[in-house]
Design a protein around this ligand. Structure first.
Ligand SMILES: [Zn+2]
Length: 201
């Protein structure tokens, strides 16, 4: 971007690399950061650094957890039904289901969905650990809560096929969720209905 110094260019380009941030927004954010009090900008930088240093994936469900707690708060919660596992693509989908307050069980975060065209196959996801969890024997139901679009459905189907011989009950969120939509942006009520009305896969 001609007219900016190297340092400003670097900041704009780093911000522009974030999802959903186009060139114009990146430039606007950079100007904001340059204008705001130093403390505020440093606080943001520190929060990013600390999150990257300290946040890990839960050893059981792959949700985000602090480094000194290898198992997340949800998996550690004795009031949650450890036999009922809601399978989601991302931690932010888990947060959407949590906010809907509709799921008394625990989770499994796949860390993505199958996307063969982008080279994302089962081995890039946490399907093997999920299979080990199921084969260990204490899970009675998996609620497939992958997004209701082609890739989400494909991911749920593969998992369902792979676990067919285990006898675990596999259900899918009810289709109150519009096809092609994402969990993240569903309303709480819609999500709560979708969990309550789940169907055999
Ligand atoms: Zn966990």
């Amino acid at each position: 971007m001609p007219g900016y110094s190297e340092t400003v260019d670097r900041l704009i380009s780093a911000l522009g690399g974030l999802p959903g941030i186009g060139a114009k927004s990146a430039e606007r954010l950079a100007h904001h950061l340059l204008k705001c009090p130093v403390d505020e900008a440093i606080e943001l930088a520190d929060a990013i650094r600390e999150a990257k240093d300290r946040i890990r994936h839960c050893e059981i469900c792959f949700h985000l957890t602090e480094a000194e707690q290898p198992v997340c708060a949800i998996c550690r919660d004795p009031r949650r039904d450890q036999g009922l596992v809601c399978v989601v693509e991302q931690s932010r989908d888990l947060m959407a289901v949590e906010k809907a307050n509709a799921h008394p069980g625990v989770y499994h975060v796949l860390l993505g969905r199958l996307a063969p065209l982008q080279g994302i196959g089962p081995e890039q996801l946490t399907i093997d650990p999920l299979e080990r969890r199921v084969r260990a024997g204490s899970i009675r139901e998996l609620i497939m809560a992958t997004n209701p679009n082609l890739e989400g459905d494909g991911t749920a189907l593969l998992i369902s096929n792979r676990l067919a011989d285990t006898g675990v009950r596999i259900t899918r969120l009810a289709r109150g969720l519009a096809s092609g939509s994402t969990l993240e942006f569903a309303s709480r009520d819609m999500l709560a209905d979708a969990v309550a009305g789940r169907q055999p896969f």
